[in-house]
Design a protein. Structure first.
Ligand SMILES: [Fe+2]
Length: 247
């Protein structure tokens, strides 16, 4: 039987000793598929209907579907609820920063890059492939030298920078945990699928140098809540009935 606690121990060791780890079935494939369908149903699946971003990011050659955690409450909930898992994996007191959802098209790539400080602890999760062909994530074996990192423009390292790269094949539900700030990463092979859907989650150490990036510095999300009840003796207001769930 698959033992999640044992997996966590192995992954934690990998993160500590080599700076990255591959979590097979971080989500069961069915859950990854359900998450992907929720994005498609909630945000749309054509350039005309998509309510996130239909555009070309700094790392892609082609237009792709993209959205950020704070565009879509479901997405923010996924990010926030992964906090304890990432804390267990890293042994750090983490806080979430942001998350990206992206659907790449055939032939596109994700240029090798390093992330901004908000991705001190990053997860790349594969949600689904149209043609079931694994599309590997590339992660550098070593951390990027501070001088090369400082010379990076928009996360892209200067031409001629040589680094030894790992190519990590991933199935839907698999995730790679890595240091997004110091490890060069991307998908340098052309996408062999008609489309390929991924989620990227970022966290920072609340006691570390990037702690101020928590919640992507969006203070509107960390506010006190309040609830109001009618005074004693007031007639009971008619309860709103929940909308029927579509079957
Ligand atoms: Fe990245």
């Amino acid at each position: 039987m698959f033992d999640r606690l044992k997996q966590l121990e192995v992954l934690r060791k990998s993160v500590e000793t080599q700076g990255w780890a591959l979590a097979h079935q971080m989500f069961p494939a069915e859950v990854a598929a359900a998450m992907l369908f929720q994005f498609q149903r909630g945000l749309g699946n054509t350039p005309e209907t998509y309510t996130g971003i239909w555009g070309k990011g700094p790392f892609t050659k082609e237009f792709c579907f993209e959205s950020y955690a704070y565009h879509y409450p479901f997405h923010a909930g996924l990010l926030w609820s992964l906090t304890p898992y990432m804390q267990a994996l890293t042994g750090k007191e983490l806080l979430p920063t942001t998350s990206y959802f992206r659907v790449y098209r055939k032939g596109d790539h994700c240029a090798l890059h390093v992330d901004r400080p908000a991705a001190e602890y990053a997860i790349s999760l594969t949600l689904g492939y149209s043609d079931d062909i694994p599309w590997p994530l590339w992660v550098s074996q070593e951390a990027v030298k501070p001088n090369a990192s400082a010379a990076a423009k928009g996360g892209i390292l200067p031409d001629g920078t040589q680094m030894s790269m790992l190519r990590i094949p991933m199935q839907p539900g698999d995730a790679v945990i890595y240091d997004g700030v110091n490890r060069l990463h991307g998908r340098h092979d052309p996408n062999p699928n008609e489309w390929s859907a991924h989620l990227f989650y970022d966290f920072v150490d609340r006691n570390g140098p990037y702690a101020d990036h928590a919640f992507d510095r969006r203070n509107e999300f960390v506010q006190p809540s309040d609830f109001h009840f009618p005074p004693d003796g007031a007639p009971a207001a008619k309860a709103k009935t929940q909308k029927k769930v579509r079957k």
